[in-house]
Design a protein. Structure first.
Length: 417
């Protein structure tokens, strides 16, 4: 990789770092903030978290027709984060359920698609995604990790001093990413003659049997992931962890993810995709089995650490597989459609289900959750996903792609021989 390639790799890595830093500020502790600070019920908390999914269902229809068509994905990323920062600033001073519900839905209508934007930008500039994307995405994990420790050891001491500070930190970091995205080189701009109302080439890719099969199986694992996001922080607090320690403890999961992503490219070249996905889902089952027992100490930390491996060996390989079946013109739409299915329907159903189970699993005092029952549900869903992959998803080796010539050139030039 030449000097330009290394420079592009660094640019994309910084982008991914900031993207996950923004979301790492709030996602791990938002359910606890809503339940303990704003005193919302489990069902209300589930509805608020689920609004992010509603926006993810709607916004991809708009953004799939905008990204790389009317405006480049790079500039759309900047505009989205500027708007998101403004909305988050208002959100953090709200205490009424309906106000929080509406603002959070608007926030995710804008910020939700940025996950797909960053993936699209990275894939546009990385023709050999199987080789380079894992390393770029690793910096996103580092960003999530950095957000946890920055909040706990800097913001909570010198900022507002409570969990509301996490929302404020998300707003500030969104402004930083918006400014940075303005200076990213444009990877692909379509001729306006190619703008169509419906991205049929993206739909054709998405409806390929193997792509559709993996997408539906990913939907089940997304349900599972929502239980962890919903329940992890309250669960740790019920075990006696302080609010100050919650984000650093949860960030333990990012350490194995960093290591897993570092070697993911190696495994994708040598191991069938189906086997990697099975490993990822198996880790899901192990994690929830540990939480089910309510153990503390070493095994609890192992359960938290496994979270990173489930992401590195299921969601990231699935994303790379999706891109592997796309071309440069269908890529943006394909990733947005995937976001609609998993970030939309998957998150919506998963958050509502987690909220329902949380209320159902409460003791008679209506204030304490019986967590073994709560964690049993995602453990069972993980088993369903594991069996589904074993039966319905065939072995696939990622295709080697020839060098792709993209408008203005890729930031990372890499060819699989």
């Amino acid at each position: 990789m030449g000097r330009a390639g290394r420079s592009g790799y660094i640019q994309l890595s910084i982008m991914m770092f900031l993207q996950l830093f923004v979301n790492g500020c709030t996602i791990p502790i938002l359910s606890l903030y809503l339940k303990d600070y704003l005193h919302f019920t489990g069902a209300q908390t589930g509805w608020i978290l689920a609004t992010s999914a509603v926006s993810s269902i709607i916004s991809p229809f708009i953004n799939a027709f905008i990204a790389d068509r009317i405006i480049s994905a790079e500039r759309l990323l900047a505009l989205s984060h500027f708007a998101g920062a403004a909305i988050m600033t208002f959100l953090c001073i709200q205490t009424d359920f309906m106000a929080v519900l509406v603002l959070y839905m608007i926030y995710w209508s804008i910020i939700g698609p940025t996950f797909a934007h960053t993936a699209t930008i990275a894939f546009h500039h990385s023709p050999d995604a199987a080789k380079s994307f894992g390393g770029i995405r690793l910096w996103g994990t580092l960003g999530w990790f950095a957000a946890a420790w920055t909040f706990s050891f800097l913001w909570i001491r010198f900022g507002s001093g409570d969990l509301k500070g996490a929302l404020q930190m998300a707003s500030v970091s969104s402004v930083a990413l918006g400014i940075y995205a303005l200076f990213l080189p444009v990877g692909l701009v379509r001729n306006k003659d190619n703008i169509v109302l419906l991205p049929l080439n993206s739909l054709r890719v998405f409806l390929q049997p193997e792509v559709l099969c993996l997408s539906l199986l990913s939907l089940i694992i997304t349900f599972v992931d929502r239980f962890y996001v919903f329940g992890a922080a309250p669960y740790l607090k019920s075990l006696g962890f302080s609010e100050k320690s919650l984000m650093p403890v949860l960030s333990i999961g990012q350490v194995p993810e960093i290591l897993g992503l570092a070697v993911l490219g190696f495994f994708l070249k040598r191991v069938q995709l189906r086997k990697i996905l099975l490993v990822g889902v198996f880790f899901e089952i192990v994690r929830f089995a540990i939480f089910f027992t309510e153990v503390t100490g070493t095994f609890l930390y192992i359960g938290i650490a496994i979270h990173g491996l489930t992401y590195a060996y299921f969601f990231i390989p699935a994303m790379i597989f999706l891109d592997n079946r796309s071309d440069k013109f269908s890529r943006a739409g394909v990733h947005q459609l995937s976001s609609m299915l998993n970030g939309g329907i998957g998150s919506f159903v998963g958050n509502l289900l987690a909220g329902f189970v949380a209320d159902y699993a409460k003791f008679s005092d209506e204030s304490t959750i019986y967590y073994p029952l709560f964690w049993l549900t995602p453990m069972a869903l993980s088993f369903v996903g594991l069996v589904g992959i074993m039966i319905f998803f065939k072995d696939h080796q990622l295709k080697s792609k020839e060098k792709v010539v993209v408008s203005k050139g890729p930031l990372i030039e890499s060819v699989v021989n």
